[in-house]
Design a protein around this ligand. Sequence first.
Ligand SMILES: Cc1cc2nc3c(=O)[nH]c(=O)nc-3n(C[C@H](O)[C@H](O)[C@H](O)COP(=O)(O)OP(=O)(O)OC[C@H]3O[C@@H](n4cnc5c(N)ncnc54)[C@H](O)[C@@H]3O)c2cc1C
Length: 386
Amino acid sequence: MSKTIVILGAGLAGLPAAHYILKHLATKLDLKVLLVSPAEDYYWTLGTLRVVVPDQMGEDKIFYSIPKIFHKYPPANFEFVHGRAETWDPETNSVLVAMNDGTSRTINYHTIIVATGSSAKGGMPWKLVGDSSQTHAAIAKLRDQVKNAHSIVVGGAGATGVEFAGELGSAYAKTGEKTVTIITNESSVLENRMNGGLRKRTQKNLEKLKIKVITNTKVTNVTEDETGSTTVELTRSDGTVETVQTDLFVPTWGLSFNSDFAPADMRLPNGRLKVTETMQAHGYDNAFIVGDVADCEPGQIAYAEAQVKHVMKALEQYLSGGKMPKYIRNPMVGQLLSIGQDYGAGQMGNWQIWGWFAWYFKSRYLGTDYAPACANGERFVIFGSI
Ligand SMILES: Cc1cc2nc3c(=O)[nH]c(=O)nc-3n(C[C@H](O)[C@H](O)[C@H](O)COP(=O)(O)OP(=O)(O)OC[C@H]3O[C@@H](n4cnc5c(N)ncnc54)[C@H](O)[C@@H]3O)c2cc1C
């Protein structure tokens, strides 16, 4: 009888894992992959920031139907389970799935790969918002709000805030069509783990797009009146409080990790799942945890991808009773940033990446030029074929 491998989540970690097993191991080792996801699409997060700005990029560039993509694999080796893991019991090797059709289904597995990632706070479509139709609706709502607003305040200046403000800058602020403000409680934009020079240059690029950058300031309250006007309360690092009026406030901070289905003792207070140095769950060698939800490395594709590659490479050895090798964490900080359609910036280790390089490889298409190949299982996002 074939061994069942359940993969929870079909994002940037779960989807390539499913393709890898189906392409390289399923027939050889008689495996059946059950890919569980509440959304019926693979979601290209990188492109969302442009899709929510009217007339810039179509939604077809960021949604890829999972059933269509996986149709090429034999049903004996693959099944798409359209639902959300509700409860995971690693003692009995089972997961209870709340199916999107309203029913429940218990799945027993030989091996499980947990890749349930993270969600954006405040129902923002930076990541999937529940299923695909809920995500389409959240995108449409934000796009409409952007269209109708004359002034927009972006809360938070991490990578998502910077890239979103950049999109608004290229589309509107640089011509004066709308005013755009970005607010951070840090002394400069981006996280403080990033190179100081990169942070300065990124801020300059935003300012070149006529975006007002407010630093050392916390957003402490946001209220909307019945006319739709929003009051944003700001508290400066010296304690002074002021308010700004805007047509639209868009939060870009804070992700929550999707792990509420897991036993409490496997979860950390921040919601990430504990993981061993071999990317397995403590005490359960048949459970692998990868991607944003794993308490391992920062939530970025390069790390998620390296973790998936590590597990995939050793899976055959593990399935034949061998031990998993250690995963070597990557201490290097690396990031490519688009700053709207005009500029790019980035960092690799301690080195700043040339702006034109980041613009060429990221800002022009936000990866949508190769997203179909990733969705189809032809390649990983950052590097290498599957
Ligand atoms: C706007 C934005 C832009 C980004 N751009 C970059 C970038 O340019 N470069 C970079 O390196 N990183 C970027 N990132 C980070 C990157 O998106 C994440 O690191 C990556 O998505 C992690 O992949 P993942 O598969 O672990 O999680 P996710 O991509 O979040 O996928 C999780 C999957 O799990 C599913 N799921 C959730 N809960 C359950 C459940 N209970 N049961 C079953 N399935 C479930 C979801 O539906 C989804 O399919 C960006 C993030 C954002 C928000």
